[in-house]
Design a binder for this molecule. Structure first.
Ligand SMILES: Cc1ncc(COP(=O)(O)O)c(C=O)c1O
Length: 350
């Protein structure tokens, strides 16, 4: 199958802008930094999942689905994007989300959880060990009621989903040519690995020389993440009928910026959110883009980049998650001790 002929439904507003971050570069005494605004993909506050969903929803539509069933974390950006893609495609959606207890319902509906409710998603909350069972039961119940549910695997990191970020490399290099810049590095948040796999595959396929630096977001090991991303690169290449030789160093992972666990609050992430906002009016999320920005800041301070390098920061979206983090953010802004480090909706805080 060729990239240009893979089934795809248009959901994203593309190309997303490629913008200069002059004030951030100056504040960090760093190299030239640009931002690729994938927080502006145009679907429910945007984010990297829109690009993956273009390929995944094409399959759901071709199978005549009337319901999307998916699951992820309680404040998941994936769930927001998947629900929006389902609604835009005229489908209903069930979200099975992980929470500290089965049926968890916070007093205050905020952030992505609020967006899930606004989009009319049917919401089920389960402990992580129960979510798979709830998903299977939901699929059976919907089928028994005469529906055609389609299961979207959480976060869309499957070979078709990866293609969204192979495309991004084409988009980015054409924008770089327009701007007359040669990109050396691309820094971004790496979770389930699909975004990084697409970027690495695209950078190789089109011989761009761009070095992709993935920054993990908690609960991972560097080796495990490299293995996961490399496996996805190979599977996605196979889907395109290509054989790609990955050499050590093609998949680069930084694993030290997320803190002790997924979604945890750290000084580095709080500083990243504040610095991007106050230098550029750029809103990050406290989980993913805060980790990748914390890495970028640290690499600049360590003089990892040469002054003449061009570094692109990929904004992968998710700023709705700022609002449920208002308690530690407010404490950080006031220089006070933070009341919590593990989010109350996290399964590990139960
Ligand atoms: C805002 C944001 N950035 C980055 C990622 C990581 O993308 P991937 O799962 O493709 O590695 C996610 C995944 O949920 C996300 O929500």
């Amino acid at each position: 199958m060729k990239l240009s002929t893979l089934p795809r439904v248009r959901l994203a507003d593309l190309p997303t802008p490629l913008q200069e971050l002059r004030n951030l570069s100056a504040a960090l005494k760093g190299p030239r930094i640009l931002v690729k605004r994938d927080d502006m993909t145009g679907l429910a506050f945007g984010g990297n999942k829109t690009r993956k969903l273009e390929y995944l929803m094409a399959d759901a539509i071709s199978q005549g689905a009337d319901y999307i069933v998916t699951g992820a974390g309680f404040h998941s950006n994936w769930c927001t994007q998947a629900a929006a893609a389902a609604r835009k495609s005229g489908m209903k959606v069930v979200l099975v989300k992980s929470g500290p207890v089965d049926g968890y319902e916070p007093e205050d509906i905020d952030g992505n959880n609020l967006l899930h409710h606004l989009m009319g998603a049917e919401i089920k909350v389960a402990r992580p060990e129960n979510t798979q069972k709830v998903i299977e039961e939901t699929l059976e119940e919907l089928k028994a009621a005469g529906h055609r549910p389609y299961l979207l695997r959480a976060t869309g990191s499957t070979p078709p989903g990866v293609m969204g970020y192979v495309n991004t490399i084409l988009e980015l290099t054409s924008q770089a040519v327009e701007m007359g810049v040669d990109i050396d590095y691309l820094v971004h948040a790496s979770g389930s690995g699909g975004t990084q796999a697409g970027l690495v595959l695209g950078a190789k396929m089109f011989s761009t020389g761009i070095k992709v630096l993935g920054v993990t977001t908690g609960g991972k090991t560097e080796e495990g993440q490299i293995e996961k991303v490399s496996g996805l690169v190979k599977e996605a290449a196979e889907l395109l009928g290509l054989s790609i030789d990955l050499t050590p160093g093609d998949v680069v992972v930084y694993n030290e910026y997320a803190g002790e666990g997924y979604g945890y609050v750290t000084d580095g992430k709080m500083e990243a959110v504040k610095l991007a906002a106050e230098t550029e009016g750029l809103m990050l999320d406290p989980v993913y883009t805060a980790s990748s920005m914390a890495c970028l800041i640290d690499l600049c301070r360590k003089k990892f980049f040469k002054p003449e390098d061009v570094v692109v920061y990929l904004h992968t979206g998710g700023p709705a998650a700022l609002f449920p983090y208002k308690t530690p953010l407010k404490a950080y802004l006031k220089g006070e001790e933070r009341p919590w480090v593990i989010p109350p909706w996290s399964p590990s805080s139960a």
